[in-house]
Design a protein around this ligand. Structure first.
Ligand code: NAD
Length: 381
C-alpha cells in the first residue's frame, strides 16, 4: 500500500502530516511512502531527509494521488491553487484519507468525499479513551498551541511576567486569565506559571478545578446546578442564563488582567462568546487578548481571524492555527499520532477497517460512498 503525503495547501499551514523518522518506520513495516516535492519544507524537513528514509518524491499532487491508497494530511481537503481541482477530485476512488476533517463544522466536505468514493478518518473524532491516547491529535496539537499562546502574548505585552525585586524597585508579576481548562488551557497555565505570572482559570466543567489548582492556578468557579459535561468528558453547550452569569463573574478578572487567553470550545458548536467588547473597553491599555477559538467563531467579541488588531488600546490576537507556528514539533507529534493509528488499523502492511472497533467506529466519517458519522449525517439532512 502506498501512503501519500501531499503538500498542505491551506494558507498559513506549515505542518506536514508525516516527518522523515515516522515515514521510515512505516516503510519498515512494509508500506511504501510517497511525498509531494517540498511538502516538509515549511516544517524544516527537506526532501533529502525523506529520500534517505526511503520515501519516493513526486513532483505533482496529481501524480501522487494517482498511486496512493492512503492519503495523510493535516487540513481538510480544499480547492488546489495549482491544479484548479478540489483535492477530493484528485484523490483516487476507494482510497483512505486521514486528516482533520472537522466534519461537524464542514459537513459538506464529508458529503463531497462520499460522492467521490473516498473513505475518511477524521483525527478530531478519535475517541478520547486510554487506548486511543497515542492517536489523540487534538491533544498533541492543543498542547503546543497552549504553550505558544503564552509566548505570543508575552511578546506583545510591554511588561515582564515575574515578580522582580531590584535595587530600582519591585516589579509586580503579570496577571494572566485563561478561559477554558482543556489541554491547551492547562498547558498555557503551566507555561505562564513557569514564566512567573499569576494565573487565573475559568471553565464550566467543575471537574477541572483540582487540575487547575495543582498546576498553581486560581480557579474562577461559576456556581450552577446545570450539568456542564457530557459522558465523553467534553463541555456541553452552556445555557444563555449560565453564560450571562459567567460573564458577570469574569468581568472583574478579565478587566484586571494583563493577558487573557481564551481556549473555550464545545465540540461541533460555535465557540461561546466570553470576552465582550465591553470587557475589552475596560481592560488596561496595552493588555493582550489571544483568542484561540477564533477558527470556530471566537471567544472574544472583537477578535479577527488571522489578524492582530488593536481595539480600545488592547492588542487582540486572532491566530487561528497556533500549532502551525511551531511546525517542527507539531508535525513530529502529529506524525506519531498517525503512525499509532495506522498500526492500530492495519495488519502487516494492509489496512483493514473493522467497523466494530471503537476507535474506527468513532473516527470513520465516510465509508463506501456514504457519510456514516451520525452527527455529520444529521447536519446534512
Ligand atoms: P476543548 O478544546 O473541546 O475545550 C476547551 C475547554 O473549554 C474545555 O475544558 C471546556 O470545558 C471549556 N469550555 C467550554 N465552554 C466554556 C465556557 N463557556 N467557559 C469556560 N470554558 C469553557 O477541550 P479539550 O482540550 O479537547 O478537552 C476536552 C476533554 O477531553 C477534557 O475533559 C479532557 O480532560 C478530555 N481529554 C481526555 C483525554 C483522554 O482521556 N485520552 C485526552 C485529552 C482530553
Amino acid at each position: 500500500m502506498l501512503i501519500a503525503v501531499p503538500k498542505e495547501i491551506q494558507q498559513g499551514e506549515n505542518r506536514v502530516a508525516l516527518v522523515p523518522d515516522t515515514a521510515a518506520k512505516l516503510i519498515k513495516k512494509g508500506f511504501e511512502v510517497g511525498l509531494e516535492k517540498g511538502a516538509g519544507l515549511n516544517a524544516n524537513f527537506p526532501d533529502e531527509l525523506y529520500e534517505k528514509a526511503g520515501v519516493k518524491i513526486f513532483t505533482s499532487p496529481e501524480e501522487l494521488y494517482n498511486v496512493a491508497d492512503i492519503v495523510l494530511k493535516v487540513q481538510r481537503p480544499l480547492d488546489h491553487p495549482d491544479t484548479g481541482k478540489h483535492e477530493l477530485e484528485m484523490i483516487k476512488k476507494g482510497s483512505l484519507l486521514i486528516t482533520f476533517m472537522y466534519s461537524l463544522h464542514y459537513p459538506e466536505v464529508a458529503k463531497k468525499a462520499a460522492e467521490a468514493g473516498i473513505n475518511v478518518i477524521s483525527m478530531e473524532a478519535i475517541p478520547r479513551t486510554t487506548l486511543a491516547q497515542k492517536m489523540d491529535a487534538l491533544s498533541s496539537q492543543a498542547n503546543i498551541a497552549g504553550y505558544k499562546s503564552v509566548l505570543m502574548t508575552a511578546d506583545k505585552l510591554g511588561k515582564i511576567f515575574p515578580l522582580m525585586m531590584t535595587a530600582a524597585g519591585t516589579i509586580s508579576p503579570a496577571k494572566v486569565v485563561i478561559m477554558g481548562a482543556g489541554v491547551a488551557g492547562l498547558q498555557a497555565l503551566g507555561t505562564a506559571k513557569r514564566l512567573g505570572a499569576i494565573v487565573e482559570v475559568s471553565d464550566i466543567r467543575p471537574t477541572v478545578k483540582e487540575e487547575v489548582q495543582s498546576l498553581g492556578g486560581r480557579f474562577i468557579e461559576v456556581e450552577t446546578d446545570e450539568v456542564m459535561q457530557d459522558e465523553g468528558g467534553y463541555a456541553k453547550e452552556a445555557s444563555e442564563e449560565f453564560l450571562k452569569k459567567q460573564k458577570e463573574l469574569i468581568f472583574k478578572h478579565v478587566t484586571e488582567a494583563d493577558i487573557v487567553i481564551t481556549t473555550a470550545l464545545v465540540p461541533g458548536k460555535k465557540a461561546p462568546v466570553l470576552v465582550t467588547e465591553e470587557m475589552v473597553k475596560n481592560m488596561r491599555k496595552g493588555s493582550v487578548v489571544l483568542d484561540m477559538a477564533v477558527e470556530f467563531g471566537g471567544n472574544c467579541e472583537v477578535s479577527e481571524k488571522g489578524a492582530t488588531v488593536e481595539k480600545h488600546g488592547v492588542h487582540i490576537i486572532g491566530e487561528p492555527n497556533l500549532p502551525s507556528l511551531v511546525p517542527v514539533n507539531s508535525s513530529e507529534v502529529y506524525s506519531k499520532n498517525l503512525l499509532s493509528l495506522l498500526e492500530h488499523i492495519s495488519k502487516e502492511n494492509n489496512v483493514e477497517l473493522n467497523l466494530e472497533d471503537e476507535i474506527v467506529k468513532g473516527s470513520l466519517i465516510v465509508y463506501n460512498g456514504e457519510v456514516i458519522n451520525e452527527r455529520t449525517k444529521q447536519l446534512l439532512n
